[in-house]
Design a protein around this ligand. Structure first.
Ligand code: GAL
Ligand code: ZN
Length: 764
C-alpha cells in the first residue's frame, strides 16, 4: 500500500538543541553572592512563629554561622491575602532585620503554592490527574501549569516583590517557585489539552506531519485535525509511545515556561542572580534546558541515611549539578539536618553525617550548604521533618552538629570557585529517559537513569572523578577533553552525539557505549537495520535483537527453583536471573585473575542483547579506517541466557591505535563493571584521585584542595597526605587518621604530593 503521507525523513523534527549550560558563561556563585566562605543556612519560615522566636532565631543563626536564608517560599497566602491586594511590609521588615544581623536573603517569588482564594474563586486553576480527577486545596503545589489565572497572579506577585525588594541590599538572590513539578508535573485539564495542541501545532505544523511522526497508521490512530488530539490520559491499553514522549516534552516545556516567565520579570527589575531549586535527576524536567535560564544552579538532595549507597547519591547529584552549571560551582539549597518525614521509615542522620555529607557536596562542587529548614515546624505536614533548630531546642545532637557544620564551612574560603577536574564523563539525557519510559518492551525500564547511575557508581567506587555531560544535539559540548566517556542507555539515536564521540575517540578517548542505546529516533520509532544507529561506525557492531532477562531477584532464581516443582522444569531465557559472560581475550582475563574476589567472573542480569560484529566496519562510513572489532567477552551460557552462548557480549573497536569504542551488550553487575572499568581505565590512563585508599574513604579534589571523606563505620588511615588541614589549621605531614563518618580537607601546596603525584596526567 502506498502511504499518502510525506516521508518520515521529511517530516521528522530534529531534536531540540541543548547547548552548553548558560551558567558556564556567568560568574561563579561566590562572586555573585559576595561570599568569602560557603553559604550556610536554610529555608526560613518566620511567619509560622512569633516575635520572641524571631529574636531568638537571629541569635541562634549567629551562633550557627548562618549567612544565607531562603525566605518566603510558601508565603503567598500572607503576601496576597485577597486577590490583587498585597501585604508586603512584614516581609520587608524581616529582610531589613536579617540584613542588619548580617544574614543575606535568597528571596522566593512565593509562587510555589497558591492561596485558598485561588482554588475557591478559580477552581479551574486546580490540576487534573490522568484519571480526570481535579485535585483539591489543602496540600501544596495545587496549580495547573496552563492556568491563566495562576500565570497572571504568579507573574504579578513576582513583579510586586521585585519592585519592592529587587534592589534591597539584603536580597542577594532570587528563588523562583520551588521544586517545579515535584508533586504536579503534568495536568490533564482542558486548558492543558488546548496548550498541548498548540505545542504540537508548533512542533509539527500540520496534522499530517504529526501522523507520520507518531506512526498513527498503527491501531487506526490517524487524526484528521490537531483538535482531535488529547493528552495521553487514562486509556483502554497501551498509549502511543510517540504521543507519550511528546506529552513529556510538552509537560516539561509547560512547567519551564512558568519559571522562564518569572525569570524575565525579575531580570527586568533586579540585578540579583536567579535560581530555582532542582531535585537531582528528577525525571519530569530536562534540567539541561532549565539551567539555560538560571544564574546559579541549586539542588535539593535527600539521600536516605539508611541506604548504604547514600554517599553515592550525594556524589551523583553533586556531579550532575556541576555539569548543569557548566563546570562551575553550585549551591545545595536543601538537605535534611537529620531525618525527613516522607519516607515509610525516616532514619535520622548518623552522628557526623551532616558535616560529612555537607563536605562531600563541597567536594563535588557546592559553594553553599543550605537545609530544609531552619526551625522544625510545630504544625503541618512537615512537623516531624527535622530542622536546624529541632523541637527539642539547642540541647540536642542535631543542634550541636548544625553549629559544628557551620563552623567547619566558615573555614573553607579557599575552596570557593575552585573547579573539580575529571577525566571521565557519563552522558545523561532526559529525552532518552522519557523515550525509555514511553516505549513498550522489551523490558519495563525504570525512571531514574538506572544505567547511568550504575556506571557512575562504579567509577565512584573506583575513586575516579567523573563529570556528567549532556547528550544534546548539534552543536553539543566538545567531548575530546575526556579520556573516558560512558554512554549509558542513551536510547535515542543522536547523530550529533555519535559524531562528537568519534572525534573524541580519534584523539585517544575510550568510549564505552552501554545498551540499550541508539534504539529509537526522536519520535520513539525503531532504528532500522540494526540498533545503535549512528553509533555503529564508531563501534563496528550492530544490535540485531534484544533478549530480556528477569533481573537479579525473581521467583525463578536458584532458590526459587528448589520449590517451584512445575515451573522449574521449563527453561526460558527470560526466566533466568542472570547470565554469565566469559573473557574472550588475555587482557580481561588478567584483570579478573588479579581482582582477587571469591568469584572473579562476569555476570549480567536484566538485560542482554544479540550483537553482530560488522564484518567490514570501515565500510560503514568512509574515513573510519576499517580496524577490526575485538570481542572482549562472550556470553557463556552460565546462569541463563543460554541462547546467546558464544555470542559477543563486550566488544572493542580500536581506532588509530589510541582511542576505542567499546560496546557492552548487557547490564553488567557491579563486579563485572568494576573489572571492565579496570581494563578501560588502563587504556584511558584514567586513575583514581588518590590510589589505594582504605574501604569507605572517598577522595575528591577542587583545585589544590583535597577532600578525604570517610563514609565508613571504622576509623581509616591514609598515608602521604601533606598540606594544611583547613578545618583545624594544623599541618598534615604524611599519615592521617579519619574517624568514622568524618572528613579531612587539606590544602596542598602547588605541585606537591598528593595532588600531582597521585594523578600526574590530569589536564589542567
Ligand atoms: C522539598 C521541599 C521542601 C520540603 C522538603 C522536605 O521537596 O522543597 O519545601 O518539603 O522537601 O524534605
Ligand atoms: Zn491543566
Amino acid at each position: 500500500m502506498t502511504s499518502p503521507v510525506p516521508s518520515a525523513a521529511a517530516s521528522t523534527p530534529q531534536p531540540e538543541q541543548t547547548p552548553g549550560p548558560a551558567a558556564a558563561r556567568r560568574p561563579a556563585p561566590h562572586e555573585l553572592l559576595g561570599l568569602t566562605s560557603p553559604a550556610y543556612g536554610g529555608d526560613y519560615n518566620p511567619e509560622q512563629w512569633d516575635e520572641a522566636t524571631f529574636a531568638e532565631d537571629l541569635e541562634l543563626m549567629a551562633e550557627a554561622g548562618v549567612n544565607l536564608v531562603s525566605l518566603g517560599i510558601f508565603s503567598w497566602a500572607r503576601l496576597e491575602p485577597c486577590e490583587g491586594s498585597y501585604e508586603l511590609d512584614w516581609l520587608v521588615e524581616i529582610v531589613d532585620r536579617l540584613h542588619d544581623a548580617g544574614i543575606a536573603v535568597d528571596l522566593a517569588t512565593a509562587t510555589a503554592s497558591p492561596p485558598a482564594w485561588m482554588a475557591a474563586d478559580h477552581p479551574e486553576s486546580l490540576p487534573v490527574n490522568a484519571d480526570g480527577v481535579r485535585l483539591g486545596f489543602g496540600s501544596r503545589q495545587q496549580y495547573c501549569p496552563s492556568s491563566t489565572v495562576y500565570r497572571e497572579r504568579s507573574a504579578a506577585l513576582a513583579r510586586a516583590l521585585a519592585e519592592r525588594l529587587g534592589d534591597h541590599p539584603g536580597v542577594v538572590m532570587w528563588h523562583v517557585g520551588n521544586e517545579y513539578g515535584c508533586h504536579t508535573a503534568e495536568c490533564f485539564c482542558p486548558a492543558c489539552a488546548q496548550a498541548f495542541r498548540a505545542w504540537l501545532a508548533d512542533r509539527y505544523g500540520d496534522v499530517e506531519r504529526l501522523n507520520t511522526a507518531w506512526g498513527t497508521d498503527f491501531w487506526s490512530q490517524r487524526y484528521t485535525s490537531l483538535e482531535q488530539v488529547d493528552p495521553p490520559a487514562a486509556m483502554p491499553t497501551f498509549h502511543n509511545p510517540a504521543q507519550l514522549l511528546d506529552w513529556r516534552r510538552f509537560s516539561d516545556h509547560q512547567l519551564r515556561s512558568l519559571m522562564e516567565a518569572e525569570v524575565r520579570i525579575l531580570r527586568q527589575r533586579s540585578t540579583r542572580p536567579v535560581t530555582t531549586n532542582f531535585m537531582g535527576d528528577f525525571p519530569a524536567t530536562d534540567y539541561w534546558r532549565w539551567a539555560e535560564s538560571l544564574d546559579i544552579i541549586s539542588d535539593d538532595s535527600y539521600p536516605d541515611p539508611a541506604d548504604p549507597a547514600a554517599a553515592h547519591e550525594v556524589a551523583w547529584a553533586g556531579d550532575l549539578m556541576r555539569g548543569l552549571a557548566g563546570g562551575r560551582p553550585w549551591i545545595l539549597m536543601e538537605q535534611a539536618p537529620s531525618a525527613v518525614q516522607w519516607r515509610g521509615r525516616n532514619s535520622p542522620k548518623r552522628p557526623g553525617q551532616l558535616l560529612l555529607w555537607s563536605l562531600a557536596r563541597v567536594a563535588h562542587g557546592a559553594d553553599g550548604i543550605l537545609q530544609f529548614q531552619w526551625r522544625q515546624s510545630r504544625q503541618g505536614a512537615e512537623t516531624f521533618h527535622s530542622g536546624m533548630v529541632p523541637h527539642a531546642g539547642c540541647a540536642s545532637r542535631t543542634w550541636d552538629e548544625v553549629v559544628s557544620t557551620g563552623r567547619a564551612l566558615k573555614r573553607l574560603g579557599p575552596v570557593l570557585g575552585e573547579p573539580v577536574r575529571a577525566e571521565a564523563a557519563v552522558v545523561l539525557d532526559w529525552e532518552s529517559q522519557w523515550a525509555m519510559s514511553s516505549t513498550i518492551g522489551p523490558v519495563g525500564f525504570g525512571e531514574r537513569f538506572e544505567t547511568a547511575r550504575a556506571w557512575h557508581r562504579s567509577l565512584w567506587e573506583a575513586g575516579i572523578a567523573t563529570d556528567i555531560v549532556p547528550a544534546g544535539a548539534d552543536p553539543g559540548a566538545d567531548l575530546t577533553g575526556y579520556r573516558l566517556i560512558i554512554v549509558p542507555a542513551i536510547l535515542i539515536d543522536y547523530p550529533g552525539l555519535a559524531r562528537r564521540l568519534e572525534q573524541a575517540v580519534a584523539v585517544g578517548t575510550q568510549v564505552v557505549v552501554v545498551g540499550p542505546s541508539g534504539v529509537v529516533d526522536v519520535n520513539a520509532g525503531a532504528v532500522l537495520g540494526g540498533y545503535l544507529g549512528s553509533l555503529r561506525p564508531l563501534l563496528g557492531v550492530r544490535v540485531t535483537d534484544h533478549a530480556a532477562l528477569s533481573g537479579p531477584v525473581s521467583d525463578d532464581d536458584p532458590r526459587g527453583t528448589l520449590v517451584n516443582r512445575l515451573s522449574r522444569a521449563v527453561g526460558t531465557p527470560a526466566a533466568e536471573s542472570w547470565t554469565g559472560l566469559e573473557a574472550a581475550g588475555e587482557p580481561l582475563r588478567r584483570v579478573l585473575d588479579r581482582m582477587g574476589t571469591p568469584t572473579p567472573d562476569l555476570r549480567a542480569g536484566g538485560w542482554a542483547e544479540e550483537v553482530r560484529v560488522d564484518e567490514a566496519p570501515g565500510g560503514i562510513e568512509a574515513g573510519w579506517g576499517g580496524e577490526p572489532v575485538e570481542v572482549v567477552a562472550v556470553f557463556d551460557g552460565r546462569g541463563g541466557g543460554t541462547d546467546l552462548a558464544g555470542r559477543p557480549a563486550i566488544t572493542r573497536r580500536a581506532v588509530g591505535g589510541a582511542g576505542s569504542g567499546w560496546y557492552v551488550a548487557a547490564d553488567l553487575d557491579a563486579l563485572s563493571r568494576a573489572a571492565l572499568l579496570k581494563l578501560v581505565c588502563a587504556h584511558a590512563r584514567v586513575r583514581p584521585v588518590v590510589a589505594d585508599l582504605p574501604d569507605g574513604v572517598e577522595a575528591q579534589r577542587r583545585g589544590q584542595v583535597l577532600f578525604l571523606l570517610n563514609h565508613g563505620d571504622r576509623a581509616a588511615e591514609v598515608a602521604g597526605i601533606v598540606g594544611t588541614d583547613l578545618l583545624t589549621g594544623k599541618a598534615c605531614t604524611g599519615h592521617v587518621v579519619l574517624a568514622p563518618r568524618s572528613a579531612l580537607v587539606v590544602h596542598c601546596a602547588p605541585n606537591t604530593h598528593p595532588l600531582t603525584e597521585c594523578n600526574p596526567d590530569v589536564k589542567q
